[in-house]
Design a protein around this ligand. Structure first.
Ligand code: ADP
Ligand code: MG
Length: 731
């Protein structure tokens, strides 16, 4: 009998207590952000001068003065120590999906040789650090001789306390100034879209617009699994997903999990999570069961993009950490279980002005609507022109399993607008022409646009099968994977839209210079863009097979292999766009592609090795053990029943043969897979390695698992070594 599986199962039957956490105060608002060095705390702990300076720098994006940084550090230290902190760390997002921190104690000797220490933290330590960072992926940017990487404080995301450690959000750059993290390019893309959107707003619509902020509201999907069962599955532990497992007779067919009542143990986990999130100022709002069994979602209220990304990264970390209090493991993998829905991180994106206007929300008068249409249409064009880039931004080894399965459309980028907005665009396309409009035409058009008040937008007019869907006041980038750092997707989106807004403004300005009136110049340009980008608009069922052929007819691309998709980053027009907007250099883009190809290859390599080990050392021995038992049985039957045994043991004989066939096939394929690995590893080019892993190794994972999953249905349940789907999927 396989001990680990049954021990684990026994363990889950014994009532598994979860810690019931009490919030620090009954009202959330009384303790929200208590662990964040936010404005009220800055006001309390900083001098008036320092307080004003930091707010000013956050608003304008200017550098903090070094002398004032000393004052800020002093205030931050006193707040942190008041809250029990002994250590501080620069907290950053290296080019993996995780976060990084290196803790330093506040202590310093007053004088070397005398055993007197004091708590010290200065502006220099706050502003910059040089973590020994040679092991972070750099994609070839850092040679070992210049392996230094620097972290530099990002004052736009407030410092926070986790585990009695003061965490200071930072960017991470190389000695030579290239970014080695997600945050640097994200911040630059936010500046770019701010500038481009302000230029369009202030010149065409409202001169009071001085700042445009990109907002992000993420929805985080995840699975929970009992920790003991997780421990008994080496594939989950090492790869984050199950590499084998026959489907459970019941999983999500009955649609009885989605939005149903949250299991008790899970609800304790969620409450605990919310308490910890609120302390960190993360505004968790929604929680519910998702479609697949054991799948859940939480969503935060949208915030400024950079802050929202940090909050999501912190939250994932907190989730992993607190799960074990409740005897859970949290799975962020996009497809931990075959055949049932996987997880995404829908990223809701919008643009808001300092005057309080959401640029993606229809306005109440013709002028406001024209502004709305300007941003909607330019976003569409950006998505159309950069479909390959946007896909590249969301592709990974794990997200490949999700795209085109039953919970996400295939790797074709399209945009859903809904009936009202689509109709508006169609009207403009048919009404405006390059000839000068008559006054009646203008009124008619303006009325038509202006006639659409905000209430008309029907929030049920949703499309859950679109990778990029307009949902009334924002776009929802649904293709983003659950595990990903969503800045990768947002860098691409912000950059593409910023670039398009610049192009748009140039076009309109040219018309204006030629004497065309402003409104008409805008409308004419918009009309052309509507026609130009029409094929990216798709309101139908993105999951249907007919969409795949329709997309080909439209000339849209469909690339479901990550290393091929990543090439989009290095297309000349893309490099030009990133360089022109000063977001990333070609070298930085190349390094990112290199890192992602390397991660892709390594992940498949690990999966392939784990599967090989499980197949050869766990599954085949189990199969043989059971087969031997069958053989003994058949021998016994022959001994007592004579020739009748052939009929009596017909099934056993069949099973004996089948087991041999499967074990032989497994052995054979595992060996062939190993040889393919060896061959791929010899290729000196990372990108080619990644491609070889995609084409020659990844398919074996599926082929081998098929044999194992069939064996699972043949072999005695008592002998099977790994927890089964039906055991793992129901808490
Ligand atoms: P649903 O699952 O129906 O899409 P959720 O409540 O799970 O809805 O998530 C919606 C997300 O969209 C939330 O994070 C919410 O804060 C965010 N959101 C709402 N309005 C905006 C906006 N204007 N800009 C960006 N995000 C928004
Ligand atoms: Mg949701």
């Amino acid at each position: 009998m396989s001990t680990l599986r049954f021990e684990a199962l026994k363990g889950t039957i014994i009532e598994r207590s979860s810690v019931i956490m009490e919030p620090p105060a009954p009202k959330t608002s009384d303790y929200f952000a208590c662990n964040v060095f936010d404005k009220p705390k800055m006001k309390k702990h900083l001098s008036q001068n320092a307080y004003k300076h930091i707010l000013d720098c956050i608003d304008s994006g200017r550098k903090i003065d070094r002398k004032i940084a000393d004052h800020i550090a002093l205030g931050m230290k006193s707040w942190a120590i008041e809250n029990g902190c002994t250590h501080f760390t620069h907290w950053f997002n290296p080019l993996t999906d995780g976060t990084a921190e290196k803790h330093d104690a506040f202590i310093e000797f007053e004088k070397i040789g005398e055993n007197l220490i004091f708590e010290s933290f200065n502006g220099e330590q706050l502003s910059q650090a040089e973590p020994d960072a040679s092991s972070f992926p750099s994609g070839g940017i850092r040679q070992t001789f210049e392996a230094r990487g620097y972290t530099a404080w990002d004052p736009s995301s407030p410092a926070f306390i986790i585990n009695k450690t003061l965490c200071i959000p930072t960017i991470f750059i190389s000695y030579t100034g290239e970014s080695l993290d997600h945050k640097t390019a994200l911040l630059k893309s936010l500046q770019a879209i701010d500038k481009a959107a302000v230029n369009v707003c202030s010149e065409y619509f409202d001169k009071n617009v001085k700042k445009v902020t990109a907002f992000l509201g993420w929805e985080q999907e995840y699975f929970l699994i009992d920790e003991l069962l997780y421990t008994a599955r080496p594939d989950l532990c090492l790869t984050g997903r199950t590499l084998m497992g026959h489907a459970s007779p019941k999983d999500q067919q009955l649609d009885d999990h989605y939005f149903s009542s949250i299991p008790e143990r899970v609800s304790h986990f969620m409450k605990h999570l919310e308490i910890e999130a609120y302390k960190l100022g993360i505004p968790l709002k929604a929680r519910h069961n998702e479609v697949a069994p054991n799948q859940f979602e939480c969503a935060a209220i949208f915030e400024e993009c950079n802050l929202a990304v940090d909050h999501n990264q912190i939250l994932m970390d907190v989730m992993r950490r607190i799960a074990s209090y409740h005897n859970f493991k949290v799975l962020f993998h996009e497809k931990p279980f075959k055949g049932i829905n996987g997880s995404g991180k829908h990223s809701n994106w919008s643009l808001g002005t300092n005057t309080g206007i959401n640029l993606l929300k229809p306005g109440k008068n013709p002028k406001a609507n024209m502004q709305f249409l300007t941003y909607i249409i330019n976003t569409l064009v950006a998505v159309y022109d950069n479909q390959d880039l946007l896909r590249a931004a969301i592709m990974s080894n794990s997200n490949e399993y999700r795209l085109g399965a039953n919970e996400a459309p295939p790797a074709i980028i399209s945009a859903f607008l809904g009936t009202e907005v689509s109709t508006m665009l169609d009207q403009i396309e048919s009404q405006v022409s390059d000839k000068i409009m008559s006054p009646e035409e203008k009124t008619k058009l303006k009325l038509n646009i202006g006639k659409i008040p905000e209430v008309i937008l029907d929030s049920t007019d949703r499309n859950r099968t679109s990778p990029f869907a307009f949902t009334g006041n924002r776009f929802e980038f649904r293709a983003v994977g659950s595990r990903a750092n969503c800045s990768v997707a947002l860098i691409a989106l912000n950059t593409a839209v910023a670039n398009q807004l610049i192009v748009f403004k140039e076009k309109v300005d040219t018309l204006i210079t030629k004497g065309v009136k402003k409104d008409e110049a805008i409308l004419r340009t918009l009309r052309k863009l509507i026609t130009y980008s029409k094929s990216i608009r798709f309101d139908g069922d993105g999951y249907s097979d007919s969409w795949v052929s329709e997309a080909i007819r439209r000339g849209l691309t469909n690339i479901n292999i990550t290393p091929i998709s990543l090439e989009a980053y290095l297309q000349p027009k893309t490099v030009k766009m990133f360089e022109k907007l000063n977001i990333m250099t070609e070298k930085e883009l190349e390094s990112r592609v290199e890192i992602r190809n390397e991660m892709y290859k390594k992940e498949i390599q690990i999966e392939s090795r784990v599967l090989g080990d499980l197949a050869i050392n766990h599954i085949i021995p189990t199969a043989i053990k059971y087969q031997t038992r069958l053989i003994e049985n058949v021998k016994g039957l022959r001994e007592i029943m004579g020739e009748d045994y052939k009929t009596l043991a017909a099934n056993e004989l069949l099973n004996i043969r089948e087991i041999s066939e499967h074990t032989e096939a497994i052995r054979h394929k595992v060996e062939k897979m190993r040889l393919e690995r060896a061959k791929a590893n010899k290729n000196p080019v990372i990108k080619k390695q990644a491609l070889l892993y995609a084409q020659n190794i990844k398919p074996y994972l599926e082929e081998i698992r098929k044999h194992i999953d069939t064996l699972e249905t043949i072999i005695d349940n008592e002998l099977w070594p790994l927890p089964k789907y039906r055991e793992m999927l129901f808490l």
